[in-house]
Each structure stands twice: as C-alpha cells, then as structure tokens.
Ligand binder design. Structure first.
Ligand code: NAD
Length: 370
C-alpha cells in the first residue's frame, strides 16, 4: 500500500481498528461513549480524512459529504440499518457507504424471540416478585399467569434477512407463521420451513402440523398471537412501501386483545403514543421494544408509564449487542470486522476498484456504468 489513509471513527469499535493500524492507516477514534457532535464530524471530514466510520447515532447527509468533497472516499457504518445516512445525498456526491448486513441477523432474530418469550411468560414481573420478597406461596394461578409461546401463531412483518431467521427460530417452537412483505417474498425459504414442519409432524415431534404462508398485513395482524417487526425504516418518499408508523392506531386495533408485539427494527416504525394508548386501554396484551422514536428513551416517554409497566418491556437498542456479533474482527462473524473490511475494500480498490462488486457497499446504484 503506497498511500497512508486517514480514518476517523465516531466510536471505538474495538480490536478491528488495529487491523487498519497494522496496514499503516492513521486511525483516530472519538473517545467518549456518546456520539460526537455533528460539528466535530464536519471538522474531521474537512481536515481531509479518507474514510469515516459511523454508527446509527450520526446524521450523515449533504453537509458531511460537502465537507469531504475531493477527499472523503467512503463512509463505513457499523449497523445493517442505514436510515441515518442520506442515500440520495451520498449518491449525488458519489460517496459509497457500507453496512454490516448478515453478521447480526441471527443475534437480532434470537433477541426478538427472547423478548417475546420474556414478555408473554412475564419473566420480568416474576423476577421482581421473587427479588422483592413478595413470593408468598406456590398457587395454581395466583398471583398471575403468563402465556405460552409454543404452538401459537406469529406474524413476521418484513421477510428479509432477520425476518427469515426469525421464522426458523419460531418453527422450532411449533408456531404457525404468517408472513407479510409487500416488496420481497422468499417462497423457496417458506417452502423449506413448511417441509421441516411436515417432517417434525410426520416423525411425531409435534402434535399439530404447523403451517407457514404469506398473507396480507391485515390478515397477519388479525390472526396472530405474536407480531414481530423486521422492516427497515423507510420514510414517505423513500420507498413505495414506507414503514414510518406502520404500527399505528389503526393497525394496533387490528391485533387481538391477547396478542403481543415486538419491535427490534427501528423506533419510528411504531407510533409510540398510539402504542402507549393501546397498552393502557388493553387493545393488545403487551409489547416489547428494543428501539424508539427518540434514543435514548426520554425520561418523559409515555412508554415509561407505571400503569403499563407489567406489559411493556423496554430494552436499550440491544438486539445485536452480543460479543462476537458486535466485535469479532472476522468480517464473516462480526459487525466491527465487516465495517473495517468494507472500508478497506473501497480505499484499497479491491474488486478491481469496481464498487458495484464490493459486497458491503449499499449504494451501488450510484456507481453503475450506464
Ligand atoms: P432486510 O433489508 O434484509 O429486510 C427488510 C425487509 O423488510 C425486506 O424484505 C423488505 O422488502 C421489507 N419491507 C420493506 N417495506 C416493508 C413494509 N412496508 N412492510 C413490510 N415489509 C417491508 O433487512 P434486515 O437485515 O432483515 O434488517 C431489518 C431492519 O432491522 C434493519 O433495517 C434495521 O433497521 C433493523 N435492525 C435492528 C437491530 C437492533 O439492534 N435492534 C439489529 C439489526 C437490524
């Protein structure tokens, strides 16, 4: 490598940064755990860095790309979601940006599943009972019961990478699966899950023969005992199937009063005011959230209302927060490793310098030869 590249990372992503240093890169890391102010990112970009490593907390838009005009060559994001990066602006300035799809798929899906299980079986309330020394007796139904997950029906909203992984996990719990995705339907995968369901039934492992099928959003919401959301955040104008407030008063009212909702996608996909209302008035039985309209969750959020505490589980954007998934330096295992590899691919002209062939670049359309 003849050129010494300069990189600024808006967060410490661990050992993987040493991979860059070992290659002779000059790497500067924002040392605080909070996101840096936008002004600092602009200053770093203006100072002539070649690569910028970002998290979902950083707003990357025309202002940043303008600041890096002629010098900034790549933005590498440590996340699969990239709603904080303005794709149209990146394309206009012809700056490729990368993400970390796939390596967090299984971790996110299992967390979504665990969230639903913990919610339905009331694990948080049960532990509080024990810890607060309020467990006075064993009784068939007092002081409360939970609801089983096994054998129930789940709606998977969004059948991309994480939605498909979620189906696989749910099929292991003898669940019937309703799938909804207006833009991408993987009938082959669904057929494979049905074959596994059939085999498990034929071998006497399940009492009922489970089913999986694509349905409309309305049918999915009306029929499901559990609803799990796995869509990207797409605002009006960004897609023909926007997901902003996909879960709102109207769609919440379609769900059964006994049904549970999980959201590990992005906060603005759920209208939080409508959800708090739904929980308070028991339109649905409960919700488990990992992501919020505003993060970190504000102190005055209606989701913190003590009146809904027993049926509203709140997690700190934690679904991918598992050791190997977050920090492995192996680009086939860890988000950090994949972030660094995406950055190297662009800066070192891997794949013959053809950005459209680089696996972790998102906005390939900006580099298509016409
Ligand atoms: P993906 O692109 O593979 O899948 C998303 C699916 O949603 C696609 O199949 C798409 O067609 C579908 N979709 C788009 N609009 C829709 C609509 N209106 N209704 C229903 N489906 C729609 O993405 P992925 O890798 O599965 O990740 C999904 C999202 O999960 C990411 O964009 C990210 O925001 C979020 N995520 C969160 C965490 C976390 O820590 N909580 C971790 C990983 C991913």
């Amino acid at each position: 490598m003849s050129q010494k590249f300069r990189v600024f990372s808006t967060a410490d992503i661990g050992e993987s940064l040493n991979v860059l240093r070992q290659r002779g890169y000059d790497v500067e890391v924002y040392p605080q755990p909070e996101a840096p102010p936008k002004k600092l990112i602009l200053d770093k970009v203006k100072s002539g860095i070649d690569g910028l490593i970002t998290t979902l907390r950083d707003q990357i838009d025309a202002e940043v790309f303008e600041a890096g005009k002629g010098t900034l060559k790549v933005v590498a994001q440590i996340a699969v979601g990239f709603d904080n990066i303005n794709r149209a602006d990146a394309n206009r300035y012809k700056i490729p940006f990368t993400h970390t799809a796939d390596v967090l798929t299984e971790a996110t899906a299992e967390f979504a599943f665990f969230m639903l299980g913990a919610l339905a079986r009331r694990m948080w309330t049960a532990e509080h009972l024990t810890r607060e020394n309020k467990w006075g007796y064993w009784h068939p139904y007092l002081p409360f019961l939970g609801d089983e997950v096994t054998g129930k029906t789940i709606a998977i909203i969004g059948t991309g990478r994480i939605g498909l992984a979620m189906m696989k996990k749910c099929s292991g719990f003898d669940m019937d699966i309703l799938c909804y995705d207006p833009a991408y339907q993987n009938h082959d995968y669904v057929k494979g899950i049905q074959e596994i369901m059939n085999l498990r039934h034929d071998r006497g492992m399940t009492r009922e023969r489970n089913y999986i099928k694509y349905v409309s959003l309305e049918e999915a919401l009306k029929e499901a005992d559990f609803v799990s959301v796995h869509v990207p955040l797409l605002r009006e104008g960004e897609s023909s199937t926007p997901t902003y407030h996909l879960i709102n008063e109207k769609t919440l009212r379609m769900m059964k009063p006994t049904a549970f909702l999980a959201n590990t996608s992005r906060g603005p996909v759920v209208d939080e005011h409508a959800l708090a209302h739904a929980l308070k008035e028991n339109w649905i039985a409960g919700a488990a959230l990992d992501v919020y309209e505003k993060e970190p969750l504000p102190a005055d959020s209606p989701l913190r209302d003590p009146a809904i505490e027993d049926r509203c589980r709140l997690y700190p954007h934690f679904a991918s927060a598992a050791r190997i998934t977050r920090l492995s330096t192996d680009p086939n295992k860890g988000m950090a490793g994949r972030t660094v590899q995406g950055l190297i691919d662009v800066l070192e002209n891997n794949y013959g310098g053809d950005i459209t062939r680089m696996p972790y670049v998102v906005n390939k359309e900006a580099f298509q030869k016409s």
